[in-house]
Design a protein around this ligand. Sequence first.
Ligand code: NAP
Length: 249
Amino acid sequence: MTQDLLSGKTALITGCGRGIGKSIALTLARAGADIVVNDIDQDTAENLAGEITDLGRKALVCCGSVGSRTDVDATFAKIKDKFKHLDILVNNAGITRDNMLLKMTDQEWDQVLDVNLKGVFYCIRAAAEMMKEQAYGKIINLTSVTALTGNVGQANYAASKAGVIGMTKTLARELARYQVTVNAVAPGFIDTPMTASIPDEIKQTIVRGIPLGRAGSPQDIANLVKFLSSDESAYITGQVISCNGGIYI
Ligand code: NAP
């Protein structure tokens, strides 16, 4: 039964108010997990928590930025208080601040690295403390096809997502002794608010380059994350799994 796959588990999904993260949160909840909802925006987080409780699961809202050590500490204090355990961490929160190298500001560089890379470090470090005690944990990091191929105008984003791959492989080795697996998912072009502002003409060109002939959906990514969150993937760690319609094989 799908619902049994994650029953009794608690999952924190960062930046899950919308887009891929929202789909992951609802998919893990449907599979039986209780969900810690993190996002910057309180209203979207509360709305999602309502949808999760409608599914019969528990939801804990912890708003704040993953790039802030104070906010991350507050989130983990609430998790320890309410659930006592954390089985699954999905590092989904991510931002873009695109610009060509010669125009890229220090601020654009720092913002992207702070959220996409330092935020992942803060969350994994805090989660690993709990997972070590439990001798159990599943960590899934959202990287990107851009980390593997590069992309014009995204030096900051590509560097942050390539950093996530290096961290995934290193922490898979460090945390294996505690039965904690660490994997990365590399989406291709996914239809979400993050990609909504790309002009239609450019979107059509991108889609023409995708062998499966369509943009991915958030659910395509959530299905893979569900597998990596479950014991069906027990012997997989340190891997980067692409989900991109065949763009980069
Ligand atoms: P999205 O639609 O922009 O959603 C990102 C979510 O993260 C938003 O709910 C946002 O909250 C939240 N967020 C942003 N900064 C945050 C922070 N500092 N702390 C906590 N939450 C924060 O993005 P998406 O397309 O779903 O992407 C999800 C992940 O997949 C990202 O890591 C992204 O890099 C990766 N990815 C996406 C694609 C794609 O084609 N869409 C491709 C490859 C990889 P607010 O709305 O409140 O700001």
